[in-house]
Design a protein around this ligand. Structure first.
Ligand code: TXA
Ligand code: MG
Length: 324
């Protein structure tokens, strides 16, 4: 069973555990991460073991500042501008690995690029204390939704890890946006907590959607974030035995017959909806309903990432897909 410690008192114990090659679930501003020392192969291997994640799916290396980031990766001018604007924060940059990077090759799954992110919250002082990058995928078992509370981490992974640091509910609620600059052009590999609109407004450049993102970000294949229940998107009514994931002030037809109803944001606020997405999916899954009907969610701003995660939750389960 995992010990759960409030973040205010957890720094010594978390640093000692990670220093000893163990796994610690930690809060970030996006979702909880399952962290290990990124420079120690055996520690990184434990992440894959605990998640049941395919080995060839690369992990994000988390840093506390530019000094460490530059030991891991080479920054082109556009990536540097993005990092200076959005770090610390929910943006991950895929960059060429720096020669002599201390990161273990298991983290990058043998790619010559590395995903780097500077998170906010407890992770930052923890990395500073260790002086080493942390490899940290979302703290959930492979194929399940990401966790936004320590309790959700405990319910999913508690039997397989020793320590969970409790920082309360993660404020963003969605994973980081992943961007890779190719030939001077920003390419979106995964929509997330920083919106495409924010990036485009800052750079004054369009952000391309990657056609080959399934190859470049192997964790982004279809049936990911899957609850046990089936998921039906853009529902215009509620069927017999269905639970309802609602959005906004107005309900679709038949909402009175839903076996359970949770609203992502009664006011129709996309930021609030993002923060509630994973915990509401988990709660409706626990209601025992065979299927979750989802009301339409607008696609602009954070709605792009919300719809991306919903589409993955609804994807067919029978394919032998890679999941993370
Ligand atoms: O917000 C987040 O990003 C959270 C918190 C814990 O930091 N982490 C997270 O990690 O979502 P994970 O492992 O669940 O997702 C990382 C994604 C995967 O889709 C992986 O394929 C992609 O990053 N990725 C990692 N390295 C890559 C690389 N070199 N090139 C392309 N994609 C990469
Ligand atoms: Mg994940």
């Amino acid at each position: 069973m995992a010990a759960i410690i409030r973040q205010e008192r957890a720094l010594d114990e978390a640093a000692a555990a990670i220093g000893a090659g163990r796994l610690v679930a930690i809060p970030t501003e996006t979702v909880y991460g399952l962290a290990a020392d990124a420079t120690v192969g055996e520690a990184v291997a434990r992440i894959f073991e605990a998640k049941g994640r395919p080995r060839f799916n690369p992990l994000i290396a988390h840093v506390d500042g530019f000094a460490l980031a530059e030991r891991l990766a080479n920054f082109d001018p556009l990536s540097r501008r993005l990092a200076e604007r959005f770090w610390p924060g929910p943006l991950t940059l895929v960059l060429p690995q720096a020669p002599g990077s201390p990161v273990h090759p298991l983290v990058t799954a043998g790619l010559d690029t590395i995903a780097v992110r500077m998170p906010k919250g407890f992770a930052a002082p923890l990395i500073a204390r260790l002086g080493r990058p942390l490899a940290a995928p979302s703290a959930n078992s492979s194929g399940k939704v990401s966790c936004t509370t320590a309790e959700a981490v405990d319910a999913d992974l508690g039997a397989r890890i020793d320590l969970i640091v409790d920082g309360g509910r993660t404020p963003v609620g969605l994973e980081s946006t992943i961007v890779k600059v190719e030939a001077g052009r920003p390419v979106l590999l995964r929509p997330g907590g920083v919106t495409v609109e924010e990036i485009e407004a800052f750079l004054g450049l369009p952000v391309e959607r990657s056609a080959g993102s399934a190859i470049q970000a192997p964790g982004m294949l279809a049936s990911h974030y899957a609850p046990r229940a089936a998921v039906r998107l853009d529902a215009s009514d509620v069927g017999e035995g269905e639970a309802l994931l609602a959005f906004g002030p107005r309900r679709i037809d038949g909402s009175g017959r839903a076996v359970a109803v949770l609203n992502l944001s009664p006011a129709g606020d996309l930021r609030e909806a993002a923060a509630n997405l994973f915990s509401h999916l988990q709660a409706l899954d626990r209601s025992g309903a065979a299927r979750i009907a989802v009301e339409p969610v607008p696609r602009h701003g954070l709605g792009e990432a919300i719809n991306d995660r919903l589409a993955r939750a609804a994807a067919p389960r029978d394919k032998p897909d890679v999941q993370d």
